[in-house]
Design a protein. Structure first.
Length: 429
């Protein structure tokens, strides 16, 4: 009955949210490519490629989740080389990143809309033997159809923020039956076990694994491209303040902190990687209006001794740009809520700072602060003071990185543990 009502209301919800969804897709670009896959329309060559494959369907949302899916796929392939993978992603940036980094055993597709006629067509074409959902992608039709077809389905690197838990509790009568159809939930933090149990999931289906995202094993960084770009701009010897995955308002805030710091540290360079690259023109306009000399990663490079700000207007390079930072600020934490993942900067060996809003990574952020592995600030004034101290004291930077890596060490092996559970996955009767 719940599924019937969901599918009955689904077209109405689509009509309500479709205009905003299309506007967002148009702004981010690349929306036309393979658009039909979202509606369960697949070309004959794709269907033929998948027909005889022994496939695991990995479903992710955007770049962060895709990174996890690719890492898990590599581990699964190392353990069982005969498996093939279908990686579906929701966003255009996730789709582009997946294609840039996939192996020849991964088929990248857009995720189908969670409407039963669309999902049934997707199942017919993909023909998965197992399904892996990454972090928080629990769609009713996707899950119930897998259960009906006796296809094992798991949620890996499961994240349950207080906000999500509260929402799930409000709709426990609707969400609970769907969660109970998951054959395995691999959680990042031990305290999350009780949260999932409170939502009605049997303890035998919950495994505390750690985080694939924070797993320091087999994480590769290649700063050669960022270094080459900095050299082309004549900026290779500058001390870099890096803002990763910044959100509206944070670029201007970082710029003002940067302006103040340059009075004492004259060789500073501000590098900004906005979370959404379609905001590049807006950011450039605001900073240039404030007197900053701004260049874009994509523009023809030329050496400019007065250049002090570089905007990364490309996708899929964030991890490697952390490698050239001196200090790394984690976006969506100062003037927006939720926070972004600090682990990549830490694994790149960089000291991290973030604002008061790290709700999506609360457990990790709290542990980092408690162990002196990161600095949390509540204002731009605090951010300026903290950055000034770190710039003046290299030994403090080294100590912070060491402490932060010790915090991440508890997640070592999470990818391998998850892969083993996936390979052993069977339908829970």
């Amino acid at each position: 009955m719940i599924r019937f009502i969901y599918n009955l209301l689904w077209p109405i919800g689509l009509l309500i949210f479709l205009p905003g969804y299309l506007v967002k897709m148009f702004r981010r670009g690349g929306y036309r490519e393979n658009f039909g896959q979202r509606l369960g329309v697949y070309d004959a060559h794709l269907a033929a490629r998948l027909y005889w494959k022994k496939s695991i369907w990995l479903h992710a949302v955007s770049v962060g989740e895709v990174t996890i899916a690719l890492k898990l796929a590599r581990e699964l392939h190392a353990l069982e080389p005969d498996w093939y993978f279908v990686l579906t992603t929701t966003t255009t940036t996730g789709f582009a990143f997946a294609n840039q980094n996939r192996s020849d055993r991964i088929e990248v597709m857009y995720s189908p809309l969670d409407f039963w006629p669309v999902l049934r067509r997707a199942y017919t074409v993909i023909r998965p033997k197992k399904i892996i959902l990454v972090e928080a992608e629990i769609w009713p039709n996707l899950v119930t159809e897998a259960h009906a077809r006796k296809i094992p389905i798991a949620l890996v690197n499961a994240r349950l923020s207080p906000r999500t838990e509260k929402r799930f509790r409000m709709f426990r009568g609707l969400i609970g039956p769907i969660l109970r159809l998951l054959d395995r939930i691999c959680v990042q933090n031990l305290e999350d076990v009780e949260r999932w149990k409170a939502l009605g999931v049997e303890e035998t289906r919950i495994s505390h694994i750690g985080s694939i995202k924070y797993d320091p094993e087999n994480v590769e960084f290649d700063p050669s491209l960022p270094n080459a770009i900095l050299a082309q701009f004549g900026l290779e010897k500058r001390t870099v303040i890096f803002g990763g995955s910044t959100h509206p308002g944070e670029e201007k805030a970082l710029a003002e902190v940067f302006r103040a710091l340059r009075r004492d540290f004259v060789d500073l360079l501000l590098v900004l990687a906005p979370r959404h690259t379609e905001r590049t023109a807006e950011i450039q306009r605001d900073l240039e209006g404030g007197g900053f000399q701004v260049a874009l990663r994509s523009q023809p490079p030329s050496a400019d001794p007065f250049l002090n700000t570089l905007i990364i207007d490309s996708t899929g390079e964030l991890r490697d740009w952390y490698g050239v930072a001196t200090l790394a600020f984690i976006g969506k934490s100062l003037l927006a809520r939720g926070g972004q993942n600090p682990a990549e900067a830490i694994l790149a060996g960089k000291p991290v700072l973030f604002g008061p809003h790290m709700e999506n990574f609360a457990a990790l952020a709290n542990e980092l602060v408690a162990q002196d592995g990161a600095i949390q600030v509540t204002s731009t004034t605090e951010l300026r003071r903290a950055m000034a101290n770190l710039l003046a004291n290299p030994e403090d930077r080294e100590k912070m990185v060491k402490n932060a890596r010790n915090v991440l060490a508890v997640h070592a092996g999470a990818t391998a543990r998850t892969a083993e559970l996936v390979l052993d996955l069977a339908v829970h009767e």
